[in-house]
Design a protein around this ligand. Structure first.
Ligand SMILES: Cc1cc2nc3c(=O)[nH]c(=O)nc-3n(C[C@H](O)[C@H](O)[C@H](O)COP(=O)(O)OP(=O)(O)OC[C@H]3O[C@@H](n4cnc5c(N)ncnc54)[C@H](O)[C@@H]3O)c2cc1C
Length: 401
């Protein structure tokens, strides 16, 4: 006979820990199983080791999903302020970086410790290094987990197995397989918040710039992010690129405004009036990182002879340079993939899930929460906020029979 619980939660990551604690606090008997050798591995590595645990500017518009309305209910009922209250209750010091992003002052370990303490206080049983071999949905609607540590059954099963990014941290496609087992649709998955790679001519033209960064406004498919861009050995990264990568599909062209917030044409006109003898390449070298400006001149602007003094440029030519600075086109060849991606786009189709409870609409007692669902946040604490909010929605809704 399997050990009996009220709720089984698969995956002790951000969402699984939160859901287990929430359900346990309601007096339910909860088992949380994790196949990795420790819980919350992604929390530990997040935010450069300081966990960007939420964003005070969280809004449904900050999430990508085939159904942009799906995330609204859970986000409204468990807000960043609810999580902040828990963080403060546990005495964890934090600070705000740009744009409402909240980070621990000391270490991400404190967030994992907090969630484990919440689970412990709620009587949650946690099994680490526990591999789920199969899930059986038996007569009477109970779920039975066959694992490397025995058999467990419950009337509610919460799938919190996350996405595919960083397989070395325990990421697996198990949640998607489970969804398919129960006839749930899984939308195509791809890496998000990920560096982009370049190949061919742009790669050659930008060779050797690794480490150079500059502020840009990166646009793709009608969405724009203004932040830093960084050249890497294989392509481009930095927050602006990670953000836009979630909107990029193979073959799409990026447009990069290299003087964000400035009118490039006015800047160049001003330079011509003030420094008529200065060469265009010198002026660009003052506006942009010098080595990058040099590559722009050698490649994209070579036909305009950028070693000429500013006074020799016609208004139409300056307009052409301004056009390039305002919308530098770059075609990425791919992404760095799940090995480095922070998130997985796509996943369990929200059409089959209740947005209020995260429960399957077709299989009573089956829940999906966190990143395994087709809900993906921007960079900046939004993905954890989705994990907390969806987990809280399920944790308050699960029943014992
Ligand atoms: C490097 C990095 C940095 C990040 N930084 C931030 C940040 O600062 N702020 C932010 O908001 N987001 C950040 N993210 C994204 C964030 O970590 C995820 O969106 C979030 O962890 C998703 O929570 P989850 O519980 O759904 O999945 P996860 O946290 O990935 O947890 C899933 C758990 O399920 C376990 N599991 C998987 N398959 C099985 C199985 N078959 N059996 C048992 N257990 C299983 C996994 O081992 C894992 O512990 C970062 C991601 C990465 C990779």
């Amino acid at each position: 006979m399997p050990d009996r619980y009220d709720v089984l939660v698969i995956g002790a990551g951000a969402a699984g820990l939160m859901c287990a604690a929430t359900a346990g606090q309601r007096g339910l008997r909860v088992l949380l199983v994790e196949h990795a050798n420790r819980p919350g591995k992604k929390i530990l590595m997040s935010g450069g080791g300081r966990c960007n645990f939420t964003n005070t500017g969280t809004a449904p518009e900050c999430f990508l999903s085939a159904n942009p309305h799906f995330c609204k209910s859970a986000l409204a009922r468990y807000t960043p302020w609810d999580f902040i209250a828990m963080v403060e209750r546990h005495g964890i010091a934090y600070h705000e970086k740009e744009l409402g992003q909240l980070f621990c002052d000391v270490s991400s370990k404190l967030v994992v410790r907090m969630l484990l303490d919440e689970c412990e206080a709620a009587g949650v049983e946690l099994r680490i290094g526990c591999s789920v071999e199969r899930v059986v949905h038996g007569d009477g609607g109970r779920f039975s987990l066959h694992t490397s540590q025995g058999r467990f059954s419950a009337s509610a099963l919460v799938v919190a197995t996350g996405g595919l990014s960083i397989p070395s941290m325990g990421a697996s496609g198990f949640g998607y397989d489970l969804a398919r087992q129960f006839s749930h649709a899984v939308l195509p998955t791809r890496a998000g918040l990920v560096p982009l790679t370049l190949s061919g001519r742009p790669r050659e033209q930008l060779e050797g710039l690794s480490g150079v960064s500059l502020p840009v406004a990166a646009s793709c498919n009608g969405t724009t992010f203004r932040n830093a861009m960084l050249f890497t050995h294989r392509g481009i990264s930095g927050p602006a690129i990670l953000q836009i990568s979630s909107y990029w599909q193979p073959g799409d062209r990026l447009l990069l405004d290299l003087l964000p917030g400035q009118d490039a044409h006015a800047v160049l006109e001003h330079a011509r009036a003030e420094r008529p003898a200065a060469e265009l390449r010198t002026v660009l070298g003052d506006l942009l990182p010098r080595r990058f400006a040099q590559r722009l001149c050698e490649g994209w602007l070579s036909q305009l002879q950028p070693s000429r003094p500013m006074r020799q440029f016609t208004p139409a030519q300056l307009q052409e340079v301004a056009g390039l600075l305002a919308a530098w086109p770059l075609v990425a060849s791919g992404t760095e993939g799940y090995r480095t991606a922070e998130v997985t786009l796509g996943g369990v189709d929200t059409d089959g899930i209740s947005s209020r409870t995260m429960q399957s609409l077709s299989v009573p007692g089956l829940y999906f929460i966190g990143e395994v669902l087709d809900v993906t946040g921007w960079l900046g604490g939004y993905n954890f906020q989705w994990a907390w909010a969806s987990a809280h929605a399920a944790g308050t809704a699960v029943c014992s029979d």
